[in-house]
Ligand binder design. Structure first.
Ligand code: ADP
Length: 215
């Protein structure tokens, strides 16, 4: 499948993407995961992106489009992909449209995971992430804790609260979402293939997507 996942930080895009990859071998492309990997590796891109990320600001569109232009050319995308956290602005959406036109890629659906703000805030404050760049498994201290406190069940690395998960950065990320990313909903409603999924459980979101795609 070729699906774009829209939704606020904490809406569950990453969790839903991981569940969907198990259905048909499509891969998850998370710009946030790629960027955190680059920061950790100390690459030029990582150095340029780090301060924006820490403050909860968006990384400039030009850097994101360079990165995604290369990513979508990689062979594993042939199996299908789930775009998680990209696009995040109207200029990124416009550039993606042009890029997909050139690469002859057509999306099956644009899914908006629509979760109430109070649920989002609670989730982001209690979310923990595996610090291993190749794993980045997501946990929640209340609803999905690790078996051993602070240690990833999957890879044994430390599980941490992300730098951008302080209360200040979280509220800034949500403001940035409302201002820059929420307008994508209107944009994709006009473009077609848009589906709003008002579900707080990731399993329910996956079921709605399966039904939509006839899986
Ligand atoms: P969340 O969805 O929980 O905010 P992500 O892991 O998707 O977290 O993104 C973390 C950070 O990475 C963002 O706050 C932003 O700084 C940067 N980022 C990720 N994707 C993009 C994008 N498409 N455009 C600009 N910045 C991005």
């Amino acid at each position: 499948m070729k699906v774009m996942l829209l939704g606020a930080p904490g809406a569950g895009k990453g969790t839903v993407a991981k569940l969907l990859t198990a259905l048909d071998g499509s891969i998850q492309i998370s710009t946030g995961d790629i960027l955190r990997g680059q920061v950790k590796a100390g690459s030029d891109l990582g150095k340029q992106a780090a301060a924006y990320m820490k403050a909860g600001d968006l990384v400039p569109d030009s850097l994101i489009m360079d990165m995604m232009g290369k990513r979508l050319l990689e062979g594993d995308c042939q199996k299908g992909f789930l775009l998680d956290g990209f696009p995040r602005t109207i200029p990124q959406a416009e550039a993606l449209k042009e890029l997909m036109g050139k690469l002859d890629i057509d999306l099956d659906a644009v899914i908006n995971i629509d979760v109430p703000r109070d649920v989002i805030l609670d989730r982001l404050c209690t979310r923990r992430t595996c610090e291993n760049g190749d794993c980045q498994e997501i946990y929640n201290v209340k609803s999905n804790p690790t078996k051993v406190e602070g240690i990833c069940d999957k890879c044994g690395s430390a599980v941490i609260q992300r730098d951008d998960e302080t209360e200040e950065a979280i509220s800034h990320r949500l403001e940035t979402f409302n201002e820059k990313t929420a307008p994508l909903i209107g944009y994709y409603e006009k473009e077609g293939k848009f589906v709003n999924v008002p579900c707080t459980s990731s399993d329910a979101v996956v079921d709605a997507i399966k039904e939509k795609l006839g899986l």
